[in-house]
Design a protein around this ligand. Structure first.
Ligand SMILES: [Zn+2]
Length: 72
């Protein structure tokens, strides 16, 4: 009987610790809403989001075509 009470206390402790943890799942689903960094194409001067920019050896470009025009 003593061990049963101990087991229940341990299980209750684990349950309590799990309950205290913040839910990271919902935080990951929200997209970052901050302003996106813009870069300038070295060939045509267009401003493109850094995520869409094509990185060349000398500079960044708005597209793969412009990178090839400059560096190929
Ligand atoms: Zn360009």
């Amino acid at each position: 009987m003593k061990y049963l009470i101990l087991l229940v206390m341990v299980l209750a402790g684990i349950w309590w610790i799990r309950k205290q943890r913040p839910d990271h799942k919902s935080a990951q689903q929200s997209k970052p809403s901050g302003p996106q960094a813009m870069v300038t194409c070295a060939h045509c001067g267009a401003h493109v989001p850094s995520d869409d920019a094509v990185a060349g050896q000398q500079a960044v470009y708005c597209s793969e075509a412009h990178r090839q025009l400059r560096e190929a």
